[in-house]
Design a protein around this ligand. Sequence first.
Ligand code: NI
Length: 170
Amino acid sequence: MIREIVKYPDPILQRPTEKVAEFDEELRTLAADMFESMYKAAGIGLAAPQIGVGKRITVIDLNNQQNADDKIVLVNPEITHSEGRQVGEEGCLSLPDIRDKVARAAKVTVKAQNLAGEWFEMEGTELLARAFQHEIDHLDGILFPWRMSALKRDLILRKIRKLQKTGEWK
Ligand code: NI
C-alpha cells in the first residue's frame, strides 16, 4: 500500500526511532509499503519515520527499478565503521525541492538485521555509503540539513518557511 510521505517539520522526523523487536507479518508489510511508497515518489531510500512510523527500519534501492536484487532492507542498522570523506548533493523526500551538498564518509560498513531477524554486514562506497548515512540519520531523527554548516542550514530553513507562507510547502 502506498503511504503518504511525511514532510518536515513533522516532529516524527526529528525523533529517534524505536528498535524493531518483532519480525512478523506486520514488519514485512511495513517494508513492502515503504518500497511501494518510495518507488511512487521516485526516491532511492526511505526510512520508516517518513511514512509516520517511528521504527528503526529503512529501505534502499539505488536503481529504483523494482528489481528484487537491488532491494536493501536494513532493520535496526548501525554504522560499525566509516572512513574517508566525500562531498555530494543530497535531497530528501521529506524536504521536497531542497538539494544541497553534504559531506559524508566515503566508505561505511553497516550491521543490520533482515526481515527474518538475521544479522548481516554490508559495505558501501560512493552513493550507497551516502544512502546508508542519510537513511540511518533519519532513524536517529536527523535530517540532512543538520549535517551542513549552521549558516547553510539556516538558509534552507528560511527558504522552507517562505514556501510555507506562500502555501507551496505541502
Ligand atoms: Ni531523506
